[in-house]
Design a protein around this ligand. Structure first.
Ligand code: NAD
Ligand code: UFG
Length: 337
């Protein structure tokens, strides 16, 4: 029996494939490579010295997806595939709704047809909108401020409705906080196609000299140094959360939702300082105006995942920065090197 990993060539997917293979799972990846490289999967196999099966297939191609379910013996699905750039989602809402929502519907239809009803879904802390207090618990009010976030909220509701219609589904929705870091090998990591939107890849690209300086989006927030505070989580810790979720699915639990974060918040300038300390590089930065849509502070209460999944993070901020740096230093042009 195998685990189908949609979006398995991507940043979080590839790291999860490493952990799955190391734990002895059989892994089948479906990815259209729209935001990733097949090299990531070659390197996953090199790191683990284990084989996986790869299908270059778009989730919107239902016939191709059907063929995979017919051919393979799939036990459960981890569903990472989706478009994730907030700014792009504002300018291309139709593409985001179509890809993320229709893609999920097609996946679930095919799963239903083949009686595969166990799924782990990649949700996001973005579904909490601008929270009134921190740390954020799973039962906080949900809202979205951009099309990307709305696709996550809609898919969460869609999956809950699916369960109501048929209680034999088991669905775990994982709300990720801010994944950074990379596998210890330095062979796989985050490889943004264009200029990075997210903080850590921006910092690492300044460190290797690809970008001149970091723009810090606002220093007038109500935080300890005025810059935005986030809950950064090592991507390998995030990956192990998926293995715990798979184990939980074996208990046939119905619908569950968990925050995956560390419970600690670091500001933009904290991240710059930590990165400089572990890399020995100076990160030039300039204070810029706030980025529209950003919130001041966001960090998780991860206690539900600890209690019910037996999962907690073990890698600290220095390790996250060190591992991000090793990946970028060894692969200045990502998978194009
Ligand atoms: P990523 O872009 O690196 O990975 C997503 C993968 O899905 C890519 O390999 C892409 O090629 C593939 N894909 C997209 N649409 C597809 C389709 N229609 N058919 C087949 N493959 C398709 O992103 P990531 O950072 O690894 O994120 C994985 C998931 O986690 C996404 O759903 C994302 O929204 C969610 N998430 C990410 C973050 C983050 O900060 N990275 C935070 C919260 C949630
Ligand atoms: N930041 C900068 N300069 C940059 C990039 C980011 O100052 O060049 C700041 C932001 O203003 C924010 C912090 O760094 O205060 C983190 O920003 P990111 O863009 O790395 O992450 P976000 O918290 O804005 O959003 C990320 C993902 C979303 C996801 C959310 C919660 O991009 O898709 O985490 O999981 F929804």
């Amino acid at each position: 029996m195998a685990i189908l990993v949609t979006g398995g060539a991507g940043y979080i997917g590839s790291h999860t494939c490493v952990e799955l293979l190391n734990a002895g799972y059989e892994v089948i990846v479906v990815d259209n490579l729209i935001n990733s490289s097949q090299k990531a999967l070659e390197r996953v196999q090199e790191i683990t010295e284990k084989k996986l099966t790869f299908y270059k297939v778009d989730l919107l191609d239902k016939a191709a997806l059907d063929n995979i379910f017919q051919k393979e013996n799939i036990e459960s699905v981890i569903h990472f595939a989706g478009l994730k750039a907030v700014g792009e989602s504002v300018s291309m809402p139709l593409e985001y709704y179509h890809n993320n929502i229709t893609g999920t519907i097609m996946l679930c239809q095919v799963m239903q047809k083949y009686g595969v009803k166990d799924i782990v879904f990649s949700s996001s802390a973005t579904v909490y909108g601008n929270p009134e207090t921190v740390p954020i618990k799973e039962d906080f009010p949900l809202s979205a401020t951009n099309p990307y976030g709305r696709t996550k909220l809609i898919i969460e509701n869609l999956l809950k409705d699916l369960y109501v219609s048929d209680n034999s589904w088991n669905i775990i929705m994982l709300r990720y906080f801010n994944p950074i870091g990379a596998d210890k090998s330095g062979r796989i990591g985050e490889d943004p196609k264009n200029i990075p939107n997210n903080l850590m890849p921006y910092i690492t690209q300044v460190a290797v000299g690809k970008l001149e300086y970091l723009g810090v989006f606002g220093n007038d927030y109500d935080t300890h140094d005025g810059t935005g505070v986030r809950d950064y989580i090592h991507v390998t810790d995030l990956a192990t959360g998926h293995l715990k979720a798979l184990e939980k699915l074996n208990e046939k639990p119905g619908v569950l939702v968990y925050n995956l974060g560390t419970g600690k918040g670091y500001s933009v300038l904290d991240m710059v300082k930590n990165f400089e300390k572990v890399s020995g590089r100076t990160i030039k930065y300039k204070i810029l105006p706030r980025r529209p849509g950003d919130i001041a502070i966001c960090y998780a209460d991860p206690s539900k995942a600890k209690l019910e999944l037996g999962w907690e993070t073990i890698r600290d901020i220095d390790e996250m920065c060190e591992d991000s740096w090793r990946w970028q230093k060894n692969n200045p042009n990502g998978y194009n090197d």
